[in-house]
Design a binder for this molecule. Structure first.
Ligand code: 5GP
Length: 122
């Protein structure tokens, strides 16, 4: 899948749509989810143009991957959810219900997260 330069996170990264960063560095931007599903619901995204985890894991540089992983852990700690626990979700592609085609990981915490996924037919 080709990267769509007009996806909403690309526009946020370009500053066309205002967003208050929770965290930012050379490689990474994190923002609060507009429709939070838990008391803490943060989206962490690389600044590079990657459609999803599949794209990122195959093509990103070691520096980008390291920065993304380190930042995600730090953001969760800074949000105070490391002690009680949190869930990380990456959605890739239609079966996952990925809505925004720019890689992001959801950090969800601040309450028990329940079952891993909805218990529908396997
Ligand atoms: P996905 O389904 O792609 O893994 O998750 C996309 C997430 O982005 C959803 O949880 C949705 O609420 C969030 N989202 C969509 N548009 C915006 C936006 O303009 N700003 C912010 N902060 N979050 C958004």
């Amino acid at each position: 899948m080709a990267y769509d330069d007009n996806n909403i996170f690309a526009r946020i990264l370009r500053g066309e749509i205002p967003a208050k960063p929770v965290y930012e560095d050379e490689y990474v931007l994190a923002i609060n989810d507009i429709n939070p599903q838990a008391p803490t619901h943060i989206l962490v995204m690389p600044k590079g143009k990657y459609v999803s985890f599949d794209d990122f894991s195959a093509k990103a540089s070691d520096a980008e991957i390291t920065a993304f992983m380190r930042a995600t852990g730090k953001i969760a700690r800074d949000a105070g959810v490391d002690a009680t626990g949190y869930r990380l979700i990456f959605n890739h592609g239609p079966d996952s219900h990925q809505e925004v085609p720019h890689l992001h990981v959801h950090i969800l915490g601040g309450r028990p997260m329940g079952f891993l996924i909805a218990r529908t037919a396997a």
